[in-house]
Design a protein around this ligand. Structure first.
Ligand code: KIV
Ligand code: NA
Length: 268
């Protein structure tokens, strides 16, 4: 049997070989990426990517659990981390623990992720002390869109950089096993990576981070609008369009299904 990577395995990679990760929401994509990533994130970006939502605010714990179960079924090697969605953990450490415990019990995933820096440090400590490995997420935190006002890079001036550095220190000291840093300037990402004990996982955080993550559909060319930090490693959107166009024309011409796709009666 293959042993699944654990949160402590990821934690131990600080300063070493870069940590590779992607999002996964489905059994089939989980199966495809499992041999290549160290962890896969069942991100609440599934609200945007799978459900066509404008923000992650409406995403529910039930949505996260269903996709978490699918990703666990499709993978066997990588650590699976599941996002706690907006409204399911910010109220108190107790609320966060109840949600995290439900997610871990119902999916079998090895860790959860939650958004927020200094304000979430007490909660990170509460969970970590009670058997819940926590991945932090600072910088651009999409669940705060209604207070941030827009999705744009942060930490590009000194005052904002100082706050984000403090956020990183607070949740690392509270026991986060890794920290996603999203859409922050390169010098800040570098400084955080040098100063905090937890490995940093960049998304728009520069190559200075201890690892990288992207939304799988974004890097495959399946999303219509993507941020600056996305590189399209493939462009499979047009390939899907072409395949469906070919299928449609063969169905209309009755050239599909052909004989080899058709069942003959049993010979008696
Ligand atoms: O939900 C998500 O996909 C994320 C990653 C982009 C870090 O939180
Ligand atoms: Na997320």
């Amino acid at each position: 049997v293959v042993r699944r990577l654990t949160a402590p395995d990821i934690r131990a990679r600080k300063g070493g070989e870069p940590i590779v990760s992607l999002t996964a929401y489905h059994a089939h994509t989980a199966r495809l990426i499992d041999p290549h990533v160290d962890f896969m994130l069942v991100g609440d970006s599934l609200g945007n990517v799978m459900h066509g939502l404008e923000t992650t605010i409406p995403v529910t714990v039930e949505m996260m659990i269903l996709q978490g179960q699918a990703v666990m079924r499709g993978s066997r090697r990588a650590l699976v981390v599941v996002d706690l969605p907006f409204g399911s953990y910010e109220g108190s450490p107790q609320q966060a623990f109840a949600t995290a415990a439900r997610v871990l019990k119902e999916t079998g995933a090895g860790a959860i992720k939650l958004e927020g820096g200094s304000r979430m440090a007490e909660t990170v400590r509460f969970l970590a002390d009670r058997g819940v490995p926590v991945m932090g997420h600072i910088g651009l935190t999409p669940q705060s869109i209604n207070t941030l006002g827009s999705f744009r890079a942060l930490g590009r001036d000194e005052a904002s950089a100082a706050i984000i550095l403090e956020d990183a220190r607070a949740i690392s000291d509270a026991g986060a096993f890794a920290i996603v840093i999203e859409a922050v300037s390169e010098p800040l990402a570098r400084q955080i990576t040098q100063e905090v004990a937890a490995p940093t996982i960049g998304i728009g955080g520069s190559s200075a981070c201890d690892g990288q993550i992207l939304v799988l559909e974004d890097m495959l060319g399946l999303s219509d609008r993507v941020p600056r930090f996305v590189k399209k490693f493939a462009d499979i959107g047009p390939a899907i369009g072409e395949a469906v166009e070919a299928y449609a024309s063969e169905v209309r011409a009755r050239s599909f299904p052909a004989a080899e796709h058709t069942y003959a009666p049993k010979k008696t």
